[in-house]
Structure formats: C-alpha cells, structure tokens
Write a protein that binds this ligand. Structure first.
Ligand code: KIV
Length: 271
C-alpha cells in the first residue's frame, strides 16, 4: 500500500498519482489488481450505485457500508472515503465525532471533505490523527448553489481558490482534489503547494488524476462530463441480460454444460 509519505515523494519526483472511485468489493478488487495508487470511496455513489439525483441524500451509514466493502476488496491500496453532505461545519463536537466514526469504521486511510470553509475542521481532525483530503473547485455537495460547471473562471475567483488551497495545506490537509477548474490555474496550484493535488476536469498539470469508475467503464452512465474519458464498456450488460431472459423463456438455459449430471431416480424402482 502507498503511504502518505510515498504519495508525497511521488509528487516530488513528478510521478503522477492515479486515483479511481470504487464503491464495492469487486470494483475495489479490480482497482487494486490494476495497480491504481489510490481509491476514493466517493459520495458519487449516491448517483452511480444508489440512483439519487445528487450526492445530497447520501448518509454517513452509506459511506461506512461502502467504505468497508472497498477495504475488503482492496486491502493493500490507500483508500480515501468521503464525508457526506451536511456532516461538517454544523457543530464542532459533532463533526469531529462523525469523522472519527467514518475513519474508524470504514478502515479508510483518509477522509475527504468538500468546501473552502473546512480549514478549522481539518485542523481538528489532524490534531487527533485523522488524515483529511480537501476537495475544492466544483464541489458536488454544493450543486444547488454552484451547479455542475467550471469554477474559478475569473482572475479574482482564481486568486481566491489559490488562497483557499494554501489554507487547506496550512490547516493540515494531506492532499487536495481539485475539480472542474481551468488547467493553467490547477497547474499553478499544484506547483505552489507541497501536498499532492489530484485533478478531475483540471487538465494534466496536476500531481495526479481521479475519475469515477462508472464513467471510465460506461457502466449505467446517463450523462458524461466533458473531462471524462471512457476506457471500457460495461454497457453491453443489457444485451447479456436480454439474452439470459430469452434463454430462460425458451428453456435453452440451463443446457447440459450448466447442469449437475448425477442420476438419482434411474436407480429407484417405480411403484
Ligand atoms: O464523489 C466523488 O466521486 C468525487 C470525485 C468526483 C472526485 O468526489
């Protein structure tokens, strides 16, 4: 398993860090077998596997449940798990206790939190030994306010984002996920910070990249963002299921090759 200090050295040596989301045992197993450096149990699972319209409905229990499955599938990969909507910033004592619960019960190596307001939370987590990844730029939990569009499009907004990222690092963040921002800005932020910056829709000047498993494999995806590249195609699952359905209807499945052949009733004398 890559440790945080190894991820840091990868940045220093300009070796790119790969990250992919995974939400269950088989996807985590595949990610580990593919030697992906880090796995994110993203709250995008709300859309990709639970069928919600956004990440807003995802609960802490959902994240723990999926986080545990991912850990079982990828025991030797650095795993980051998302703190879901509404768990940070409401009450100091409560958010720390939720962070502890998520970190301890999911067995992840770090938790990830969205938004520029979280620096004090990062410090509190750091103080008790919970590594935190900060997610800035487009933060899907705030989709009701910012929508799904490129962020930091003006000089003023770009300067604010640079400052926000510095604040995260100062507060003790161990990595940053930067989503949907202009590539020259993402490159500048990556060069400014000492911690790894993992981009999604942020160009190739960051220290690493993250994509969503279902987008990469075209698995049940309804809309694809501009920055997604599809590397495989699981969409033929529908054709396979239709064929199964037909074969059951026609009685051609199961055939002899899928049937236990030991004869029992031939040896019994009929009444
Ligand atoms: O939840 C998620 O999958 C994410 C990625 C888009 C970075 O936060």
């Amino acid at each position: 398993m890559k440790t945080l200090s190894q991820l840091l050295s990868m940045k220093e040596q300009k070796e790119k860090i790969s990250m992919i989301t995974a939400y269950d045992y088989p996807s985590a197993k595949q990610a580990e077998a593919a030697s992906i450096d880090t796995i994110l149990v993203g709250d995008s699972l709300g859309m990709t596997v639970l069928g919600y319209d956004s990440t807003v409905e995802v609960t802490l229990e959902d994240m723990i449940h999926h986080g545990k499955a991912v850990r079982r599938g990828a025991p030797n990969t650095f795993v980051v798990v998302d703190m879901p909507f509404g768990t940070v910033g409401v009450s100091e004592s409560q958010d720390l206790s939720l962070a502890k619960q998520l970190y301890q019960q999911s067995h992840a190596n770090a938790i990830k939190v969205e938004g520029a307001h979280i620096a004090p939370f990062i410090s509190r987590c750091s103080n008790i030994g919970i590594p935190v990844v900060a997610h800035l730029g487009l933060t899907p939990q705030s989709v009701g306010i910012m929508g799904y569009k490129m962020q930091a499009a003006t000089l003023e907004a770009a300067e604010k984002l640079i400052q926000d990222c510095k604040n995260m690092e100062q507060a003790g963040a161990v990595m940053i996920v930067l989503e949907a921002v202009p590539s020259d800005l993402a490159q500048k932020i990556s060069a400014t910070l000492s911690i790894p910056v993992i981009g999604i829709g942020a160009g190739n000047g960051t220290d690493g990249q993250v994509l969503v498993y279902h987008d990469v494999l075209n698995y049940g995806v309804e809309r694809q963002a501009k920055f997604v590249k599809q590397y495989g195609d699981f969409s033929n699952g529908i054709a396979a299921l239709s064929q199964y359905h037909e074969e059951v209807k026609q009685g051609t499945f199961p055939s002899a090759e899928h049937t236990y052949k030991k004869k029992i009733w031939d040896e019994v004398t009929p009444d």
